[in-house]
Design a binder for this molecule. Structure first.
Ligand code: NCD
Length: 262
């Protein structure tokens, strides 16, 4: 029995975890809108919530708006805790399904040219996928973004320390000649002001003209908002509607691994 505790909105992550649990023959305790529907609303700490919920289940999947919150839970937990996204920090299970998608499509995870656009400052999926790709040899990673959404210099240093070659760009075109273009929406909920989001949201959009005659595959964790023109969907480059199914398989495997059932 697995608890899915979601303190932030989710479509794919929660439903694919729950589908995986049910397909494996397990049972699920599902909590949506945890910030208002659980005792978090009354001020209970995440650590105390963990101490309680672990009595009912064998594993806890959690998404929370605060960076680092999931590791705090793991520190007090006696059951496996799976991070389904902690604020603007990490989204490791998404990275696993992203790399699975890349491996299926490109046949390898090393020696790749991968571009990431267009919010490397706040996007946890970009941070997690880049960190995982940097562990494989000879990957060249390019971050593409409008001014104001620069990635954290410490994040870039960590990628370089892992062995990746990193470059930065302000041009959508610079992502189109490589192997993978990993796109993600601007993370509106993590912006300091709505005005800044509105100013930046439409500056960069991947369009069919950028991809004409190019082999690059386009990924996106979804939801897609302004960053990819829907006209790209029918092009052979677009892989983002294959990713959700890969997420189901990868999360099923991860649950079995976490529960020592592989
Ligand atoms: C992502 C997330 O929650 O970070 N969504 C997902 O899990 N597929 C991407 C996003 O919300 O932009």
């Amino acid at each position: 029995m697995v608890a899915c505790l979601f303190f932030e909105p989710s479509t794919r992550t929660r439903l694919s975890f729950e589908a995986a649990i049910l397909k494996l023959g397990g049972q699920v305790l599902s909590m949506e809108n945890g910030s208002v529907s659980s005792s978090a609303f009354k001020g209970e700490s995440l650590e105390d919530t963990t101490r309680v919920v672990q009595n009912y289940v064998d594993c806890i999947v959690v998404r929370h708006p605060q960076d680092g919150s999931v590791s705090k839970m793991a520190e007090v937990a006696s059951v496996p805790i799976i991070n389904a996204g902690d604020g603007g920090n990490q989204h490791p299970t998404q990275a696993l399904l992203d790399l699975y998608t890349i491996k299926k499509s490109c046949g390898r995870l090393d020696n790749l040219r991968v571009a990431f656009g267009f919010d490397p400052k706040y996007s946890r999926t970009i941070k997690s996928a880049a960190a995982l790709l940097a562990l494989y040899p000879k990957n060249k990673l390019t971050f593409i973004y409008p001014k104001g959404l620069e990635p954290d210099p410490n994040f870039i240093k960590a990628l370089q320390k892992s062995g990746a070659t990193v470059s930065l760009s302000n041009k959508v075109e610079d992502g189109c000649d490589g192997d993978v273009f990993y796109t993600n929406r601007l993370q509106q909920e993590r912006f300091k002001s709505k005005a800044q989001f509105e100013k930046l949201r439409k500056i960069m959009t991947l369009k069919p003209a950028h991809l004409k005659g190019k082999k690059v595959v386009v990924l996106n964790p979804l939801p897609r908002i302004d960053e990819v023109d829907p006209a790209v969907d029918s092009m052979p480059n677009a892989l983002y509607f294959d990713q959700p199914k890969n997420g189901l398989y990868v999360r099923a495997a991860l649950l079995l691994y976490a529960l020592d059932m592989l």
